[in-house]
Design a protein around this ligand. Sequence first.
Ligand code: ZN
Ligand code: ZN
Length: 361
Amino acid sequence: MHADGVAFPKRISLLRSRLSSLAVDALLLLDMKNVRYLTGFTGSDGVLVVSESTVCLMVDGRYTTQAKEEAAGVDIYEYRDKIDGVVDIVTDRNYMVVGFESAAMSVDVYERLRSRLAHAILRPLSEELSDLRSVKDGEEVELLRKAAAIAAAALEGCRHLIKPGVRERDFSLDLEFAMRRGGAQETSFPTIVASGEHSALPHATPGYRQFARGDMLVIDFGAVCDGYRSDETWTCVLTEATQRQRDIYEIVRQAHDRAVDAIRAGVRCAEIDRIARDCIEDRGLGAYFSHGTGHGVGLDVHEAPRLAAKSEQTLVEGMVVTVEPGVYIPGLWGVRLEDMVLVKEDSGEVLTKMSKEFTII
Ligand code: ZN
Ligand code: ZN
């Protein structure tokens, strides 16, 4: 358990204060990242019920002891069957309108609940709850900082392994092993190590391709520290670089730097995306920047807010977002530079550690 014991009741009371504007009597939380955020429970299955007078964590028998230990101050209810458990509590407490995270409930569960809770209205919520975890407290920021430091130390420790002839998957395994050995609970996501033409795929899977002279090498990696996930991308060139590789790297770096420099509380997320995109479009490369500029990061590697053209969110002090512009030239190579940035009142603080200077290895 990471929080100091004060964070969870505070998060619950913030959520409670929103029940009336959400027009619900109670909320059913099934997204286990949200359940962890609100109670400290780290198990992989359960349901949290929050109402004005109740905080009840419902779990099956595998998790009862763990839930009692981790979710102090929360009522623990053991069910044999999740649907039965939810039906029992909603009926017992006579909740009439029950909100739930629509992205976390399957149609199957929804239909079963609906048929057994004829007296109640089940209200799907998505946007309304998506910002629940977006503003981080000091302790969360420290965990993200620590996760980023573990990941960077691992990559620094593996740098000497980057040489022609090494296979992508072998290097990614070495890097993942180094992150685990350095204290990561797990990797934030399957590590991306993409060389040569593979680096033109934004989400490449490491394969059997061997690194070769002149390759662009894109490494997107992260470590988990007490549930919090780092996310960083570092790009380098092997042995020698062409002028075009240098030029495009510098364009991406400019897009990255300008977007990072623009981060502060009160700026619209779409504006950050616009700043990065303008740098790349102005050089005629807009078609090669095929994804949004960034995303929130925390217990999930992708969470609110989104830094994209259509985002309607605004940066708030305490958010942690990535900035990750890229240019991908199909069949040739790609460049992506990604850092995690803490939003402060009048600036952004980069939490990730790798230098984004142009590097030849
Ligand atoms: Zn990433
Ligand atoms: Zn990312």
